[in-house]
Ligand binder design. Structure first.
Ligand code: SF4
Ligand code: SF4
Length: 367
């Protein structure tokens, strides 16, 4: 484990914290948003939010794919799972996300719906190959990281003539969500800790609009504690110098143009929706992907003429405000009481990448 240890060295961490302490301007606040749920998890796990100077505020962003899916999309997944001869294939976390009136895929499964937990879209493809008498629907969620495998699976299904394979596509796009957050007047962000996995696909140049038009620096960071601390130091430098640049701290995996092959597969099979609704952020133009007409045969929304659902979040759940970065888990009166990872009332308590689940798991309620 030598490689990992190098990114967790306590002496280097101490030095980075000293650098940050020396560089901050005590007269001002630094509001830094970590967009990605993986960073939220790392920040809580290593107690990074506890050791930073008080005027650096880490704001959890909407970068957990489980958290950002709005309730009506969960209701649609439940509806699909209830169709005759369907096996809905889903990542485990999605089963516990509450839909309308606290219904969930887990409860639908208990009522008899055929729902199978998978680890990737390839598992769903395999089930479709082996069970030709069933309709296999893959519940596709996630940012740019998980999108190429979904597109690839649709191409494979077409090649194999797998008519019983469909995709319920909920893939969303990161850079456009960042600009939507910045368009919100209530949100006050000085810079972003940029996502790592997403950036491997889209490349560091994808944040040009955030940096140039919105004048906000972005530092793409790895997941290890030293990655995060070094990225915070870089952000402090950029904010102090008033330089809205993009810095790629995660050079061991991210390059400026991203993974061109993955981008090409996505573009071949999927296209931008006019609008897509995000939990907490509402409708954002061109922020979600749908399956192109050419591959509509594999689109569960088209094949089942999927009905629209209307439903609101639980009134006292603060997920929408947390996902916009204007509240923290501790601001929710249900946190750790009525809402726990065993009994989540909102999406942010379900996935370990969710802001509430991370805060609960490590018992470190953010400042
Ligand atoms: S997939 Fe990776 S980059 Fe995307 S939200 Fe999860 S941890 Fe972050
Ligand atoms: S603690 Fe639960 S109810 Fe409150 S905001 Fe988080 S997920 Fe929603």
């Amino acid at each position: 484990m030598k490689y990992i240890d190098e990114f967790r060295n306590s002496q280097v961490a101490k030095k980075l914290i000293e650098n940050i302490q020396r560089k901050i301007n005590p007269e001002r606040k630094y509001n830094l948003m970590e967009f990605c749920g993986g960073h939220t998890h790392a920040i809580h796990r290593y107690g990074i939010n506890q050791i930073l100077p008080a005027n650096i505020k880490l704001i959890h962003g909407p970068g957990c794919p489980v958290c950002v899916l709005p309730i009506p999309r969960i209701d649609q997944a439940i509806w699909l799972a209830n169709q005759p001869d369907v096996i809905l294939c889903s990542y485990a976390d999605m089963l516990r996300v509450p839909g309308d009136k606290q219904d969930s895929l887990l409860k639908a499964k208990a009522r008899g719906a055929q729902i199978q937990i998978v680890y990737s879209v390839l598992d769903a493809l395999e089930i479709a190959k082996n069970q030709s008498d069933k309709m296999i629907i893959f519940f596709a969620i996630g940012f740019e990281t998980t999108t190429p495998p979904t597109a690839h699976a649709i191409l494979e299904a077409k090649k194999m003539g797998l008519d019983n394979f469909k995709v319920f596509c909920n893939h969303v796009l990161t850079p456009v969500a960042m600009t939507a957050i910045l368009d919100d007047n209530e949100v006050n962000i000085d810079g972003f800790i940029g996502p790592s996995h997403v950036s491997i696909i889209v490349g560091s140049d994808a944040y040009r609009e955030v940096a140039q038009e919105y004048q906000k620096p972005v530092v793409i960071a790895g997941f290890e504690p030293l990655d995060v601390l070094q990225s915070i130091e870089y952000l402090i430098d950029l904010i102090n110098e008033n330089k809205p640049d993009i810095i790629n701290q995660y050079t061991r995996a991210v390059n400026p143009e991203g993974n061109l092959k993955a981008q090409e597969i996505i573009a071949r099979v999927l296209e931008k929706r006019q609008q897509f609704s995000w939990r907490g952020l509402g409708q954002i133009a061109k922020s979600g992907l749908k399956i192109r007409q050419e591959y509509a045969h594999f689109d569960a929304e088209v094949y089942y003429n999927l009905p629209e659902f209307q439903s609101d979040d639980v009134k006292s759940c603060e997920c929408p405000q947390i996902l916009r970065g204007i509240k923290e888990p501790k601001d929710c009166k249900l946190f750790g009481k009525a809402c726990t990872p065993e009994n989540p009332m909102g999406a942010c308590m379900v996935s370990s990448e969710g802001a509430c689940a991370a805060a609960f798991q490590y018992s470190l309620i953010s400042r």
